[in-house]
Every structure is written in C-alpha cells, then in structure tokens.
Design a protein around this ligand. Structure first.
Ligand code: SER
Length: 326
C-alpha cells in the first residue's frame, strides 16, 4: 500500500544485493518519484531504472552526494554503499576509504542539508573472538579482526556521535548474512548461503568456501527489508540504541543448509573447500541476542530455515525457467 508522504528518499548502494530490493519496496510505499536510487559503478537493472529516478553517485565524493540531495530535495538517506568483508580483507585500504569516507560524507551532508533521518547498516562483523559466539549480546565487546568490522565499529560510533552531538536521527541494525534471489551479493563472507541456491538449481553441485560445521546468523531478504523499514518508521522515543541493533532471524550450519536444500533437490551435492573466508566466519557470532530490537521497536522475523529455503528454491527456479535475470 502506498502511503501519503512528504518523504524524499535517497538510497546509496541501490544496485547492490540489499539496495536493489529495498529501493523497490520503498518506491511501493512512498511513491516511485520520491525514491532516488544511487549506484556507483554497476549499471542499474531494468527494474530499478524503469521504476524511478537513478543517479550515479560516488559517496567518497561529498559534492556528488550534496548535488543529488539538492536536486531532489532529499530529506531521508539510506546509505548502503559499502565494501564487504572478504573484499575488505583483500583490499583493506579500499574498505576504509569507501566505508569510512562514504559514511562521513553522508553524515556531514545530512547535518549541513538538514536531512531528517538516516539509515546505515552495521553488521555481525562488529564482533570478534572476544565476544561470546552464542547468543551474542547487544552490548558485547567489539574488537573485530577484519577491516570491514573495524569500519563497522567506527561507523557505529560515528553515527552515535552525530546523534548525541548534532541531534541527527541516525538509525542502524547489525545485519546478519542476508539471503536473497534478486541480486547476488559481492565480496562477503556469508555469500555462500546465497550462491549455494543458484548452483543447486543450475548444476546440482556447489563447492562451499566454509566448513560444513560453520554456523552463522542469517536472515531472508523480506525480513531484512522489514527490519530496515520498521526501524525507520519507529517512533524516535523508542530508539534507545544509537549505535546499532542486533537483529537476526535464524542460525544454521552450512551442512544444515545443504540438508534443507536436499529436501527439495535430493541429488544436490556439496563439497567443502574452506578458503581465507573461513577465518573471518570463525571470528563472528554463531547466533545473536536481538531482544533489544524486539522489545524496543517490535522486531520479529517471519522466515526460518525451512520457509526461507522453500521460497528461495521456488522463486529462483521460476526465474531460471523464465530466464529473467538482469
Ligand atoms: N554479509 C556481510 C559479509 O559477509 C556481513 O555483513 O561481509
């Protein structure tokens, strides 16, 4: 349902895994002309390009952001553009530049241009080996081992600072691994949980880059979008955490995911060849305590491993049959 709104929204990273789907949902809710999609290098999909305005924006260049904010009278920013964990380990300098300079530029633009609300995603990557790995608490110690995690911790602190110092309404969640079927993720450690579905349907074979017993917190895209939009709609008085909220929907091992897929594709075979991403996965939580998000703004996921797997296989099989990939 489209609601009456005066919101004018900018989504950075709109061609990415989350941005490509979040932008379409925001357009449904707030009106297509009120949601500007911004990408950097990747061309927008047809769906994205045809459903509303698109601009190329390099978030490491503040003037680029300011120009788009002024051109469209933007009052709300979802800043999703980022380098993920595995790419970040291969190129830590790039991860720092894109993730930190990009966020700083967005926050400074928001402060100067009187933006009313900003969403910025943090990640389970803020945690490191010193945090409890099971049911990791909201306020666990944050000493990550990856550059991606370092930028997420620093980013959380920066968001909190802009809230307390300048009163900027910045909101954030720590996304777990996000599973989706519209746009493939790129350069993340949790990417295996998405790739596995594509390969299971196409080839009945997958070589997984983490061990069979690797457990990580995960979430299906409809829940990811719900968490994001619910938090952004929540009454400001309810938002007690201005760093970032733990949110999760399910936790499973790579082996459990394979077993679930086999219920639908019995001849599916998975091999395990752990690479450098294993070490990253081993430093992250296996499950999260997201009770603060549940209590404070009513977070509740819909999908578990079984319902997510069934829906992923149905949606992807249909898309493969139709050849409808961008
Ligand atoms: N999915 C991300 C990654 O693997 C975690 O935030 O890098």
């Amino acid at each position: 349902m489209q609601i009456k709104t005066t919101k004018r929204i900018l989504v950075t990273g709109a061609t990415g895994q989350i941005g490509s789907e979040l932008t379409l949902e925001l357009r449904k809710k707030y009106g297509k002309d009120n949601v500007v999609a911004a990408g950097h290098k990747r061309k927008p999909s047809e769906k994205l390009a045809e459903s509303g305005p698109f601009e190329f924006v390099d978030t490491t260049n503040k003037e680029n952001i300011v120009a788009v904010v002024k051109k469209y009278g933007i009052d709300t920013i979802y800043h999703l553009a980022a380098v993920l964990s595995a790419t970040g380990e291969e190129n830590p300098q790039l991860a720092w530049h894109v993730n930190m300079d990009g966020l700083y530029n967005v926050l400074e633009t928001a402060r100067e241009q009187k933006i009313t609300r900003v969403f910025w995603p943090s990640s389970i990557a803020v945690f490191g080996p010193d945090a409890p790995r099971v049911n990791t608490p909201q306020n666990a110690v944050l000493i990550p081992q990856t550059m991606y995690g370092v930028t997420k911790v620093a980013g959380e602190l920066l968001c909190n600072y802009y809230f307390t110092r300048f009163g900027l309404d910045v909101r954030s969640v720590r996304y777990p691994g996000i599973i989706s079927n519209e746009t493939l993720p790129g350069g993340g450690t949790t990417d295996y949980a998405v790739e596995i579905f594509y390969e299971a349907i196409k080839k009945r074979r997958y070589t997984c880059f983490v061990r069979e017993d690797t457990v990580l917190p995960m979430m299906y895209m409809p829940d990811c979008i719900k968490a994001t939009m619910d938090l952004m709609e929540a009454d400001p008085a309810k938002i007690k955490h201005r760093t970032s909220y733990n949110v999760t929907a399910m936790s499973f091992s790579a082996g459990e995911l394979v077993a679930e897929i086999k219920k639908h594709i019995p001849d599916f075979l998975c091999e395990y060849k752990p690479d450098f991403r294993q070490k990253i996965a081993d430093s992250w939580p296996m499950s999260l305590d997201d009770s603060a998000a549940r209590k404070e703004w009513g977070w509740k996921p819909k999908y578990d491993l079984a319902t997510m797997t069934k829906d992923m296989i149905e949606k992807l099989s249909k898309r493969f049959a139709e050849g409808s990939f961008n």
